[in-house]
Design a protein around this ligand. Structure first.
Ligand SMILES: *Cc1c(COP(=O)(O)O)cnc(C)c1O
Length: 385
């Protein structure tokens, strides 16, 4: 299906809503019925029809159809955060006594879910360097039920060969989940490579306006409806109709935003590549990246998130660079319209980041501002170091 059609029209039942062009916000917790017979009938199908908004809500339904179509999945669920989506997806696959193989350095709260939370319920996890397929092969145990990927990860950007891991997992009847937030469905479509479930932090590219926290899981109708009946309805980490409508609005420009940010990122990387204050750039499409062939094989283009390692002796120099930037906001998250900087040296002894990262690593996100303005700003701040 054409992406622009999905973003602008697909899934919107306009004739049911007086021809409203923008989907109405169904700001209602429940739906009412005229007869017992009708209520009984609707209750039987409460996951597929308006009954109670913890289950089916028509505004949320429009968003579910769009994100599923974007990932070429049969169905999708939308949650109140990316982390809620990760937790529901993983918990829909594993039970006590099961084993998970997870790529090393996943998103911090995914790491927490596996090591601190699910471990309490008897689920064990092995973390592997995902650059080599053999590491997955060696980590698989007879009770392995899930392989969890993040390609690339969102701080150092190592990738996994998604298709190869999917083939391995299928041959052993192991479910696969990938966090595809970095790429958005515009740049990488893991279901077409054989992955079972795809997750997004919709807080990032999908909404794109830094005003909603949300998450998405895409998969087969069977997997999604089972997750809806179990994790979604039970734990109840749902998205509100208001937030769903905001994400539908954000999606209108998804392709434009992702492409524009990627273009600007290419220009900024060309500038930084030759700068004497830059020791290393971590970015899938960097010409010297040993995994460049893999990036080209499975991704359409790079995302707008990358990290740099600065040539510095002291933390103060990193601070001078970051504090000296005028056009980048210093903040966590990414995927919005605004360019951002996230210095690892700000983490201090933060408990949620347990993987040792270089103190002189700084993550940048490139938003929708003009490339020349951003380059000029980076240049003057690097000079201040
Ligand atoms: C932000 C992020 C998450 C978590 O999403 P929230 O919406 O913040 O809960 C998960 N994975 C990746 C790669 C992220 O960047």
């Amino acid at each position: 299906m054409d992406v622009s059609y999905i973003l602008n029209h697909f899934g919107e039942e306009r004739e049911e809503y007086y021809g409203a062009v923008a989907p109405p916000v169904f700001q209602t917790s429940n739906f009412c019925f005229k007869t017992v017979a009708e209520m009984r009938e609707k209750l039987k199908r409460e996951l597929e029809t308006p009954f109670y908004s913890r289950g089916f809500n028509p505004t949320v339904s429009v968003l579910r159809k769009k994100v599923a179509a974007l990932e070429q999945a049969e169905d999708a669920l939308v949650f109140s955060s990316g982390s809620a989506a990760v937790a529901a997806a993983v918990m829909s696959v594993v039970k006590a006594g099961d084993h998970v193989v997870c790529v090393e350095k996943p998103y911090s709260w995914t790491n927490n879910l596996l090591t601190k939370y699910l471990s309490k319920y008897g689920v064990t996890t092995t973390f592997v360097d995902g650059k080599e397929l053999i590491n997955f092969v060696n980590a698989i145990q007879p009770n392995t039920k899930l392989i969890y990927l993040e390609s690339p990860n969102s701080l150092t950007f190592e990738m996994q060969d998604i298709e190869a891991v999917a083939i391995l997992a299928r041959s052993k009847n192991i479910c696969t989940i990938i966090d595809n937030s970095y790429n958005s469905p515009i740049n990488q479509q893991p279901i077409t490579l054989g992955i079972d479930m795809v997750i997004h932090s919709a807080t990032k590219y999908l909404n794109g306006h830094s005003d909603v926290v949300a998450g998405v899981v895409c998969g087969t109708k069977e997997r999604i409806m089972k997750m809806m009946a179990e994790e979604y309805m039970t734990i109840g980490g749902i998205i509100s109709a208001q937030d769903a409508a905001l994400i539908v609005r954000g999606l209108r420009t998804l392709e434009l935003r992702v492409n524009r940010s990627a273009e600007t990122t290419e220009k900024i990387i060309s500038f930084l590549e030759n700068h004497p204050k830059i020791k290393q750039i971590n970015y899938p499409f960097l010409s010297t990246n040993p995994q460049l062939h893999l990036a080209k094989k499975q991704m359409k283009q790079g995302g707008a998130l990358f990290s740099i390692v600065l040539n510095a002796e002291k933390t103060e120099q990193i601070e001078k660079f970051c504090d000296g930037l005028k056009r980048f906001l210093m903040a966590t998250s990414w995927g919005g319209y605004e360019s951002l900087i996230f210095p690892i040296c700000a983490l201090g002894a933060s408990k949620s980041f347990e993987n040792p990262l270089p103190w002189n690593l700084v993550r940048l996100y490139i938003g929708l501002e003009d490339a020349d303005l951003l380059i000029e700003d980076l240049g003057q701040a690097l000079d201040k170091m």
